[in-house]
Design a protein around this ligand. Structure first.
Ligand code: AMP
Ligand code: ZN
Length: 118
C-alpha cells in the first residue's frame, strides 16, 4: 500500500536498520520505544491486522522471528513481552500487521492498564 509507513519501510523507501530479516518478515526498532528493547516485526507484504487473511506461512514466519529478535537484542534469557495490537480498543495506530517485542526491564505482571476510574 503506497500510503502505509510499514510498506515503505519494507520496500526500503524509508530506511531502517534490520534487527532480523528473512524473505517473509523484517524486524526493526520502534521509533518511540516503550522500554530499552522495543522491536517491531512486520510481514513484508501488507496485511491490515491479525484479523486479515494472513497466510499460515506468514504467521509462522512472524512468530519464528520472535526468538531470533529476542536473542539479537539480548533479552532471550531475561524475558520479554510479545504484543499484537489489533483494532481500536487495542490502540492500533499503524494498520499494517506488526508484532511488538518489548523487554530490557521488568514489565510487571499486568498486561493491561486499568481504564480511568476503574
Ligand atoms: P501500534 O500501536 O501497535 O499500531 O504500534 C505502532 C508502532 O509503530 C508504535 O509503537 C510506533 O512508535 C511505531 N512506529 C510508527 N512509525 C514508525 C517508524 N517509521 N519506524 C519505527 N516505528 C514506527
Ligand atoms: Zn503496509
Amino acid at each position: 500500500m503506497s500510503d502505509c509507513v510499514f510498506c515503505m519501510i519494507a520496500s526500503g523507501e524509508i530506511p531502517s536498520t534490520p534487527v532480523y530479516e528473512d524473505e517473509t518478515v523484517l524486524a526493526f526498532d520502534d521509533i518511540a520505544p516503550q522500554a530499552p528493547v522495543h522491536t517491531l516485526i512486520i510481514p513484508r507484504a501488507h496485511y491490515r491486522d491479525i484479523n486479515d487473511s494472513v497466510p499460515d506461512e506468514v504467521l509462522v514466519a512472524l512468530l519464528r522471528a520472535v526468538p531470533a529478535v529476542a536473542a539479537a537484542k539480548g533479552v532471550d534469557a531475561s524475558g520479554y513481552r510479545v504484543i499484537v495490537n489489533t483494532g481500536d480498543d487495542a490502540g492500533q495506530t499503524v494498520h499494517h500487521l506488526h508484532v511488538h517485542v518489548i523487554g530490557g526491564r521488568s514489565l510487571g505482571e499486568g498486561m493491561v492498564r486499568p481504564a480511568e476510574g476503574e
